[in-house]
Design a protein around this ligand. Sequence first.
Ligand SMILES: [Zn+2]
Length: 199
Amino acid sequence: MSKFAEPMSRLIDELKKLPGVGTKSAQRLAFHILRSSDEDAEALAVAVRDVKANLRLCSVCNNITDVDPCTYCTSATRNQRLVCVVEEPTNIAAIEKTKHFNGVYHVLHGSISPLHGIGPEQLRIANLISRVDSGNVDEVIIATNPTVEGEATATYLSQQLKRPGMKVTRIAMGIPVGSDIEYTDEITMLKAMEGRREL
Ligand SMILES: [Zn+2]
């Protein structure tokens, strides 16, 4: 028999499914929710439901959005011919922080990792190829992470994306190898973007 009432152990079990949340943290969070006001608990439940009900992937760039195409892809002030490829939607924030990138994005939702059985077909590459084939792109900047997987992805993409008259570049490695661009400070990120090289 569980040491908690059934609704409590159910909440703890659900919280434990979150990344980085172990049994202890899940119990602490569950008790925090139990002690919080009805309004706060309801707001949390509604926010969780809404994120699933109202968010989807942009059909152009695969970014998470509540309008399709997303605000980047429809922006008249951004250079729609300059496409920066990232692994995850959270990486966009790292590049936006530099305030020096005025192009648009393409989110792969992962990287090539043979060890984990992830090949190019598991990533969102097909709609990147069609963007490039539409002739509406001057440069693709590959900003995958400086990891073995990110490098493998960059190499694969550079082979797949080469088109006459279009540049494929890779961000410079001021970023420590093995790290995640999500945790890169804006100066390093800016240098990495400025120092990009053609692939
Ligand atoms: Zn988009």
